[in-house]
Write a protein that binds this ligand. Structure first.
Ligand code: AMP
Ligand code: ZN
Length: 119
């Protein structure tokens, strides 16, 4: 499994930087964002280092599909109210102009009562 020694999320996956874990399996880790924008805000990352959504291809579709399908379940687990009154936002910032700061592919999952810091 590829890992980048200089990548903050690879360090979290490797246990070198602590995180508040939401979910883990052999391919995926989810943990709370350190600077939450919303009452519920966690990140889902593939354990394999991928720079961004711009690098994925069709072979990554099953993993990405699994991550997306898992997001609502984890959102409920973390305290988001059910759809349609509740729900959550899913964001994947990609590249500098996409607002990406950490270059390890991650899905933001945000929810909870508004107002939120961003959006
Ligand atoms: P982005 O701008 O999409 O690249 O978002 C990166 C996110 O990672 C930001 O919301 C940061 O607050 C979050 N982040 C950075 N370092 C950590 C960390 N050590 N633990 C948890 N979240 C982090
Ligand atoms: Zn990484």
């Amino acid at each position: 499994m590829s890992s980048d020694p200089n990548c903050v999320f690879c360090k979290i996956i490797g246990g070198k930087i602590p995180s508040r874990k939401v979910y883990e399996d052999d391919e995926i880790l989810a943990f709370h964002d350190i600077h939450p924008w919303a009452p519920v805000h966690f990140l889902m990352v593939p354990k394999r280092h991928v720079d961004s959504l711009a690098q994925v291809d069709e072979s990554d579709a099953p993993l990405l599909g699994r991550m997306l399908a898992l997001a609502p379940r984890l959102a409920l687990q973390e305290g988001c109210r059910p759809y349609p009154q509740g729900g959550h936002r899913v964001v994947v910032n990609t590249g500098a102009e996409g607002g990406q700061e950490v270059h390890h592919l991650h899905i933001h999952v945000m929810g909870g009562p508004r107002p939120w810091l961003k959006g």
